[in-house]
Design a protein. Structure first.
Length: 116
């Protein structure tokens, strides 16, 4: 993975800027997690970061359609490292799934995360 503008902080962890390569890694993990070929066109796609002090974290929120149901997911972790993935909501009602994901996005933004 190409590392852009990286440096070490006191804890010894790398601080990396978000990059296209990192976004590609996140999408690959999401595809693998949900066993789908393509989520290149999610219905909702919001990338948040929190980069203050020693924190260098991200959350990628997506809503996509998989066959006849909608899935709202959150991939999160340290920027530049493999993400953890959780399902926020699943169902046949697109507006309900999008609403639940937007609620999570608002929670993170209240905690200081910003949209990239």
């Amino acid at each position: 993975m190409k590392r852009v503008a990286q440096f070490l902080i006191e804890s010894g962890m790398l601080v990396l800027n978000p990059s296209i390569e990192h976004t590609d890694l996140i999408l690959k993990v999401l595809k693998s997690t949900y066993g789908i070929e393509s989520i290149n066109y999610p219905l909702l796609h919001v990338f948040l970061t929190y980069r203050e002090g020693s924190s260098n974290k991200f959350h990628l929120f997506v809503v996509f359609k998989n066959e006849d149901e909608y899935i709202g997911a959150n991939a999160y972790g340290r920027i530049g490292y493999s993400p953890k993935v959780i399902t926020i909501a699943e169902g046949k009602n697109q507006m309900e799934v999008v609403g639940l994901v937007k609620r999570k996005i608002a929670e993170k933004m209240r905690k200081g995360y910003v949209e990239e």
